[in-house]
Design a protein around this ligand. Structure first.
Ligand code: EPU
Length: 417
């Protein structure tokens, strides 16, 4: 197993380029199941979750080939409608194959994902949506079995704006008869990116990016070439890396408008952000000011930036209250940040962070993807050496993060444990 060794205290400077979005690429890959033929997806990040998605598609009979950041997916010969526990437990998003397989083949069998480190994460809303479209759903032996002679458009009203649920029903409804209206839809930019892919395939979708999405079913979809949007969470993580080290970093290939909630909070902490010809410059102040955040569905502050922002607030002047409203257990990084000397108390779904003058490097353990990123950020700001173990979580969602940070002047190395 690999670990990261960071010698903190270096101000980051220079230029970094943001990779394609993990959370957009995953459903985009899965949507190729809706149209038999050869698709070409570009700007794909090299990540473990992408490899898992490729394994899922291959297990269904898809043929996948990579060439740099371009991945060709041939879905002409799909010969299975089952996603096993082995694949779904490795990556929950695998469950999104259920609806597309059902829409094309009238039947699908997919393992239930179970909980994960950040919360219970049920898929009841996905199943409610599929049932509304006419699927018969049975749960047995840890698997969801869905059957339908034909799917019919329907109104689906989600209990909460669920990203995966919205993507799942939007994909499935493209091949249902008639109109589907998704109400209380999630509005994340990754949903709009998926909708653009589906529209390029011939789907009829209106309103993606708003809370009401209308999908008019079509008979069939065609394969396409599509470029994945930049990863807004990776971009946000590098913005915080610049801020926490008092650095001065230029960020290329990011879409500033996708992460407004973070930008406004960073400006309040005293970080300078400018955008010139699509290159975003982020300059950290000598001392950061504390601000409060509450995670919310898009366009609110993203839960996927909460841990990284907490690392930032741990060295800001004053106290910051951080409320996590999306996942019930997304404070696993708190006890690790405290090993750096951070002053944090948790009360239910809120954490109060009292900024300290300096963090001190420590051996710590990564617990999930974004928690790992927060530990790197703390390590960059801390004095002395930090060792982060269990970094396999990081490889699920950040492409070459240590190389990108080293190119900005960080003293960071990956070593075998
Ligand atoms: N929920 C339900 N029932 C459902 C679906 C969701 O109760 O059927 C609840 C969840 O338990 C959670 C809330 O609704 O409390 C929101 O969950 P959502 O469905 O929006 O999350 P997701 O689709 O499972 C995606 C991202 C996550 C990101 C969340 C929230 C992907 C592959 N994953 O998950 O990304 O945190 O949206 O923005 O797109 C990450 O990248 O580190 C990550 C965890």
């Amino acid at each position: 197993m690999d670990k990261l060794i960071i010698k903190g205290g270096k101000k980051l400077t220079g230029e970094v380029s943001i990779s394609g979005s993990k959370n957009a690429a995953l459903p985009i890959f899965i949507s190729t199941l809706l149209a038999p033929g050869l698709h070409e997806i570009s700007n794909v990040p090299f990540l473990r979750d992408i490899n898992t998605t490729i394994k899922v598609l291959e297990s269904l009979g898809g043929a996948v080939q990579g060439n740099g950041n371009i991945v060709s997916i041939d879905t002409s010969n799909i010969n299975s409608v089952e996603a096993t526990y082995e694949l779904v437990k490795t990556m929950r998003a695998s469950v999104l194959v259920l609806g597309p397989l059902l829409a094309r083949y009238g039947r699908a069998r997919v393992s239930l994902p179970g909980g994960c480190a950040i919360g219970a994460r049920p898929i009841d809303q996905h199943l409610k949506g599929l049932k509304a479209l006419g699927a018969e759903i049975n749960l047995s032996h840890g698997y969801v079995e869905a059957t339908a002679k034909s799917l019919k458009g329907a109104r689906v009203n989600f209990d909460m704006p669920t990203v995966g649920g919205t993507e799942h029903i939007m994909m499935t409804a493209t091949l249902a008869k008639g109109d589907t209206i998704i109400e209380n839809a999630a509005r994340e930019p990754e949903i709009t990116d998926l909708a653009m892919m589906l529209i390029a395939m011939g789907a009829k979708i209106e309103g993606a990016g708003s809370d009401t999405i209308k999908i008019t079913g079509v008979k069939q979809l065609s394969p396409v070439n599509y470029r994945v949007m930049p990863d807004r969470i990776e971009a946000g993580t590098f913005m915080i890396a610049a801020a926490i080290t008092g650095g001065d970093v230029k960020i290329k290939n990011m879409q500033l408008g996708d992460i407004d909630a973070l930008i406004f909070k960073l400006l309040d902490t005293g970080v300078e952000i400018t955008n010139k010809n699509g290159v975003v410059k982020v300059k950290g102040p000598k001392r950061l000011k504390s601000v409060n955040i509450k995670t919310r569905p898009y366009p609110g502050f993203p839960t996927d930036m909460q841990a990284q922002f907490m690392a930032l607030m741990s060295v800001a002047d004053g106290a910051s209250v951080i409320a996590e409203n999306i996942f019930e257990n997304r404070f696993m990084h708190v006890s690790e940040l405290m090993r750096f000397g951070a002053d944090i108390t948790i009360d239910g779904r809120s954490a109060t962070v009292k900024g300290v003058k300096k963090l001190s490097g420590a051996p710590v353990m990564a617990t999930d993807l974004r928690a790992s990123a927060s530990l790197i950020l703390a390590g960059l700001a801390a004095d002395n050496t930090t060792e982060i173990s269990r970094i396999y979580h990081l490889d699920r969602g950040y492409e070459s993060i240590e190389k990108k940070l080293a190119a900005l002047g960080a003293d960071i190395q990956r070593v075998k444990e």
